[in-house]
Design a protein around this ligand. Structure first.
Ligand SMILES: C[S@@+](CC[C@H](N)C(=O)[O-])C[C@H]1O[C@@H](n2cnc3c(N)ncnc32)[C@H](O)[C@@H]1O
Length: 318
């Protein structure tokens, strides 16, 4: 078992609920809509946390048709407890504990940024999804500040530490990044969208206290500051927010794609851990490009399924 890389999600489920989980009802519904999750499907929630998305999926398809996985044991326990009947396991996206083609759709909400190898994780999501099924993932818009709560926090931190990067280098946080990964890995009909979530706060303390729980990169960063620095960050956040109750919007980048049919290649994890398309005899001899007509003409007799009618077959090599 590979643990959550640096304990960024070692907080109790209830603390996560108050921090990021309060965006889950609106974000999960938007992601499930983007992936067209509906009754009759069997679906997987990758990086489920305490189960915000698992909850929305269970509502749509029934808990018995939902599986979920997360490396944080306390989140797995909470998700199991909250969704009796769902198949909730401890594990990582990069090595999903289900056989090929187990699901109609695999979804992942706010996890790509925290995977050790996001491409491998997406490749695994495609592997466990049937041909023609859907893979969908979303991550907060950090780069252009669409996740208001985190924008206010990191702007406040920059008043104390101007050079801090925040979370903007994490995978998926820039527009187009998840789409590019999906396309690179050979998913088809890839569509990028933005999702809008929101959360309500009863006042400033309700906003600030969850940052002190040390959940995720922002909370972990705050915990490392001196008390005086923390107070300066708090005051800068206070100035940026209204008195009394308020709501904050949060934008997420989202991509969904379709798992190709076997004769068009299939995304799966190679034994060396690299995700790539298999089913193509030309693997290892083509760069990341479309198979050319000349190659099909040369190899077509040996591998008849690669015909000129499918010039879009794409391969990726190490
Ligand atoms: C921001 S939380 C998102 C939780 C939940 N999906 C949600 O939308 O509220 C990130 C989650 O990713 C999990 N995680 C971290 N590394 C992971 C990996 N390699 N594979 C799967 N999940 C991972 C963490 O344990 C944590 O639960």
């Amino acid at each position: 078992m590979e643990p959550d890389s640096d304990g960024r999600f070692s907080a109790p489920a209830e603390q996560y609920d108050r921090f990021m989980g309060r965006y889950a009802p609106t974000l999960a519904a938007a992601l499930a809509d983007a992936a067209a999750v509906a009754a009759g499907m069997r679906v997987l929630d990758v990086g489920c946390g305490p189960g915000g998305l698992t909850n929305e999926l269970s509502r749509r398809v029934g808990t018995e048709n939902v599986a979920a996985v997360d490396p944080a044991p306390q989140f797995v326990a909470a998700c199991r407890e909250r969704h009796r009947g769902a198949d909730v396991r401890e594990g990582v996206a990069e090595r999903l504990p289900w056989p090929d083609a187990s699901f109609d759709a695999a979804l992942s909400s706010l996890v790509i940024a925290f995977m050790r190898d996001p491409d491998r994780g997406i490749g695994e999501m495609a592997r466990v999804t049937r041909s023609g099924g859907t893979v969908a993932a979303c991550m907060w818009d950090i780069a252009s500040g669409g996740m208001t709560m985190l924008r206010i926090f990191w702007n406040a931190v920059r008043e104390v530490e101007p050079s801090v990067d925040g979370e903007q280098r994490l995978a998926g946080t820039v527009e187009g990044d998840i789409v590019a990964r999906f396309e690179r890995l050979g998913l088809e009909d890839v569509v990028g969208t933005t999702l809008v979530a929101s959360a309500d706060y009863v006042g400033f303390d309700d906003f600030w206290e969850p940052f002190t729980f040390a959940v995720g990169p922002s909370g972990r960063y705050l915990a490392k500051l001196s008390r005086a620095q923390r107070m300066r960050v708090r005051d800068a956040c206070r100035t940026a927010l209204p008195d009394g109750r308020f709501s904050l919007e949060a934008r997420a980048w989202c991509a969904r794609g379709t798992v190709p049919a076997p004769d068009r290649g299939r995304a799966r994890s190679a034994p060396n851990g690299e995700s790539r398309l298999t089913g193509c005899s030309l693997r290892g001899r083509c760069s990341r490009a479309y198979v050319s007509a000349a190659t099909v003409a040369r190899e077509g007799a040996r591998w008849p399924r690669y015909s000129l009618r499918e010039p879009r077959f794409r391969v990726r090599t190490s």
